[in-house]
Ligand binder design. Structure first.
Ligand code: XMP
Length: 510
């Protein structure tokens, strides 16, 4: 799509946030590593380019840079933080290591009329996070704002349409950051607001029809937001040519397979083929205690059951999201790929070479998928379901997984979740669940000494799962859940609440 905004990534933790903010303003944006070749950039005909922040110092030998000819290509550029320092350094200004790092809130002191800061108030709060600063701007640039401590906070060379900010407009703590980005997109780049989920649904539906009409299409569905939305979109575009496959790995929550099948078939009218592989997964996991081995076994078994079981189809539709696409092409180069996504296992790569993989959500962020879901009429209770890990309850039964332990955990988990729903807390937390610990503890039940199992409850708040805080559930809610678990799940005589944040702990226990 030409007319988009390209974001060149120097490794900032906020790069994806920049892309999301630009899209929230109605303009399509994509992220490329900073090394992306100039001729490729030009071929994409972007309306503007944003240089992201990054952890490096422009003063260090071998620091990441761009091709200098980019600055003379006539495309408007906005440098953020490292991006600002790079503009200064490569165009003849001076960057210095600051005596101390500026981190946190600061305020803008406007210095001169500015296209980028048009409408932004003097004293506006901004978020800073940098070690180096620009001591002297490159020729042609004027200072448009300083920060509280006198550092250059914003600058522009209007003739060349080069703009720079030391603060992070993409972070919500920069109160008027969105206005700054909007000024860049509309006043500087002349971008058009063509990116909306309504347009997206219309275009993807048309493309699916053009490519797959009359063909046999399959997709995997778990009942989660992404795969359900994908199945609804595919069915809307292709009708009965689509079969959704739901694999029961035996590691689902209480009655989940029945509920998911009911939702998909009855409420959404999808054609779903059900594969019960629970025995096979449990057999493969028998006696295995190491968390990583459990995950590997589950991943491998899923591939065997799902991909190798596929037959008589032309296309496989997958719910790969944009962050997965970016992560498989990291800033540091291919050698730094952190994980091979399960959407890229060997079976999928083979199909991809044959042109048989379709990924309609490859450009979407999670919140955009939720908007698509709403547009397609996916019911709110499906939309608001908590995330659930692929390896399911296997990473919540600590140690070896058995059918008996799964049964105990399922009951305890269902009671906790029902208490959260009853008290209105379910929708306030990112995720909540029970964990079955591999220890026993002494208790008294009635007049008898009991030696029973221990369940840990975990509930966290988070915006993306990368960091999380424990949810401060009211004692009454915890009491109600704990009492019911002890009363109704015979094997359990002790319930504890996990109070740890992430980091240092992870959300899951294994
Ligand atoms: P952690 O435990 O790493 O979890 O803090 C972060 C988020 O990811 C989910 N999670 C997984 N999801 N496959 C998944 O699809 C996995 O192997 C997996 N492990 C963790 C977890 O539930 C939380 O939402």
């Amino acid at each position: 799509m030409n007319g988009k905004i390209l974001i060149l990534d120097f490794g900032s933790q906020y790069t994806q946030l920049i892309a999301r903010r630009v899209r929230e303003l109605g303009v399509f944006s994509e992220i490329r590593p900073y090394r992306y070749e100039l001729k490729k950039i030009l071929a994409e005909e972007p309306a503007g380019i944003i240089l992201s922040g990054g952890p490096a110092s422009t003063t260090a030998p071998g620091a990441p840079r761009v091709d200098k000819r980019l600055f003379a290509a006539g495309i408007p550029i906005l440098g953020i933080c490292y991006g600002m320092q790079l503009l200064a350094r490569m165009l003849g200004g001076r960057v210095v290591r600051s005596a101390q790092r500026e981190y946190g809130m600061s305020r803008l002191r406007l210095q001169a009329a500015s296209t980028l800061l048009e409408g932004v108030s003097d004293g506006s709060t901004v978020w800073m996070s940098h070690g180096d600063s620009v001591a002297a701007l490159a020729p042609g640039f004027a200072i448009t704002a300083r920060s509280d401590d006198g550092a250059i906070a914003a600058a522009e060379d209007r003739a060349r349409r080069l703009f720079a900010v030391q603060f992070h407009p993409e972070v919500v703590h920069s109160r008027e950051g969105k206005k700054v980005l909007a000024n860049f997109l509309f006043a500087v780049c002349g971008a058009r607001r063509t990116w909306s989920m309504k347009n997206f649904v219309a275009e993807e539906t048309a493309q699916l029809r053009e490519r797959c009409r009359g063909k046999r299409v399959v997709l995997g569905v778990s009942g989660g937001v992404d795969s359900t939305t994908l199945a609804v979109l595919a069915q809307k575009a292709l009708g009965n040519g689509v079969t959704s496959i739901f694999v029961n790995n035996g590691l689902l929550r209480l009655d989940e397979e029945t509920e998911v099948l009911h939702s998909l078939r009855r409420r959404l009218g999808l054609k779903v083929s059900y594969v019960d592989a629970s025995r096979r997964f449990l057999a493969a996991l028998k006696g295995v205690t190491a968390p990583e081995r459990k995950r590997k076994i589950i991943g491998r078994t899923f591939i065997d059951v799902f991909y190798r079981g596929l037959k008589d189809f032309d296309f496989l539709v997958q719910g790969t999201l944009y962050p997965d696409v970016i992560e498989s092409n990291p800033v540091q180069g291919p050698s730094q790929t952190i994980k091979t996504h399960h959407n890229r296992v060997r079976e999928v790569q083979r199909l991809e070479r044959q042109g048989r993989i379709i990924e309609p959500f490859r450009f979407l962020f999670k919140d955009e998928v939720r908007q698509v879901a709403r547009l397609l009429g996916v019911p709110a209770d499906i939309l608001q379901r908590h995330p659930f890990p692929g390896p399911g309850l296997a990473v919540r039964v600590l140690g070896a997984v058995t059918a008996a332990k799964l049964a105990v955990l399922k009951q305890a988990d269902a009671i906790f979740i029902s208490e959260l729903k009853r008290s209105g807390w379910y929708d306030k937390v990112w995720q909540a669940f029970a964990v079955l610990l591999p220890v026993r503890s002494v208790g008294v039940m009635g007049d008898e000494r009991a030696y029973g199992q221990v369940v840990a409850l975990r509930a966290v708040t988070s915006s993306d799962g990368m960091t999380a805080d424990r949810a401060d559930l009211p004692p009454q809610v915890l009491d109600a859940a704990a009492n019911r678990i002890i009363r109704q799940v015979r094997q359990v005589n002790r319930v504890v609440y996990d109070v740890t944040s992430k980091p240092p702990a992870t959300i899951e226990w294994e």
